[in-house]
Unconditional design. Structure first.
Ligand code: SF4
Length: 344
């Protein structure tokens, strides 16, 4: 790969995104933890709101985890938000961000990609950062026909990026590869005619562009069928503060139970939560897809004149408070299905 051509292309073509061109460690870190697997436009709004609420690492360390999850809601990958918050607290206690790759790798949620991206972009250190975009680019440039999800393929690409890394332009090189993957060497219909590295691209030269990268199909998704309760009084809704070990841990959700044949929803809610709901009315269906799971949610509405007694993980929350709670999209979809249009 001709790195000089790639850098030249990047400097002329990079998008004017708020996280491109900054060397501020906190901003680079937030962009990398927040924006992986998020499209540019969705990310822009989240990134801007997050930084205006938590402008530096001390501000982030000072708030509760729930405040952070609330700003993150809708983005998914909530463990990243929790790790970013834990990281902020460690850094604020230490008084400064680490200045080496090894120091970064010790922080919560920081794997080889985040450590490489932050140290190369913000600190100018020559460390490779290989994400899905970079894997795709190198699978094509080097004509790699092995599955790109295999650890050894990733290691091979990391070594390749490391060997190419220009010591005097580490940050630009990392970002140039990301921009190339996002703008030109796209997953579908790459724009090889506009590609600065087409001359040295094995896939392009050998007509393999449509066949690379090789990626084995994902393991099958587990489908989970749930009853989801929208239990409400005129001014409050019943929510569950989810436990440590569950999916979407420590977020707030609607009470839900896995469906069982011939068992009414109310009976199952009583068993799981110890609550006694009157017969509800079907209020729609919603689907949410996680990385390895698919929730098929049948929503049941319970309209109550007053709050029934609840305990454990359940709590009545006013609609006003509801807007401030970190409620993940899966449950917002159930609410939308039940006609709560204004509850996003
Ligand atoms: S020539 Fe095409 S396939 Fe090769 S790196 Fe460029 S855009 Fe990707």
């Amino acid at each position: 790969m001709d790195t000089a051509k790639l850098l030249d292309w990047y400097r002329k073509n990079r998008r004017d995104l708020p996280w491109r061109g900054t060397k501020d460690v906190y901003r680079v870190l937030v962009s990398e933890m927040m924006l992986q697997q998020t499209t540019g436009e969705t990310g822009l709004g989240y990134y801007g709101r997050f930084l205006s609420r938590f402008p530096d690492v001390q501000a982030l360390a000072a708030v509760s985890e729930e405040d952070v999850l609330e700003m993150w809601k809708g983005l998914g990958y909530y463990s990243r938000a929790r790790n970013l918050h834990r990281l902020a607290r460690q850094v604020a206690a230490a008084g400064a961000f680490p200045d080496t790759l090894e120091g970064w790798r010790k922080l919560p949620g920081v794997g080889p990609y985040i450590a490489g991206a932050v140290t190369s972009i913000a600190l100018g250190l020559p460390h490779a950062a290989v994400d899905g975009n970079v894997l795709r680019v190198f699978a094509r440039v080097d004509g790699i026909e092995d599955d790109i999800m295999l650890p050894q393929t990733k290691k091979r690409v990391e070594a390749r990026v490391q060997a190419l890394m220009p010591a005097d332009a580490a940050g630009d090189f990392t970002q140039a590869l990301m921009e190339l993957g996002a703008l030109v060497c796209r997953p579908v219909s790459p724009d090889c005619g506009a590609c600065p590295v087409a001359d040295g691209c094995a896939a392009y030269q050998r007509g393999l562009v449509d066949r690379l990268p090789v990626k084995k199909p994902r393991e099958k998704q587990q489908v989970i069928s749930l009853w989801v309760a929208v239990a409400q009084t005129p001014d409050a809704v019943l929510l569950e503060h989810r436990r440590e070990e569950t999916l979407l841990a420590r977020m707030w959700g609607l009470p839900n139970v896995e469906k069982l044949p011939a068992r009414p929803a109310e009976e199952l809610f009583a068993e799981k939560y110890g609550i006694h709901l009157p017969a509800g009315e079907p209020a729609g269906h919603a689907v949410h897809v996680f990385t390895h799971r698919r929730w098929e949610m049948d929503v049941v509405r319970y309209t109550l004149d007053e709050k029934i007694p609840v305990g454990g993980t359940l709590e009545w929350v006013s609609w006003e408070q509801f807007d401030k709670k970190p409620v993940p999209t899966a449950f917002l979809k159930a609410l939308w299905a039940a006609g709560k249009e204004d509850s996003a």
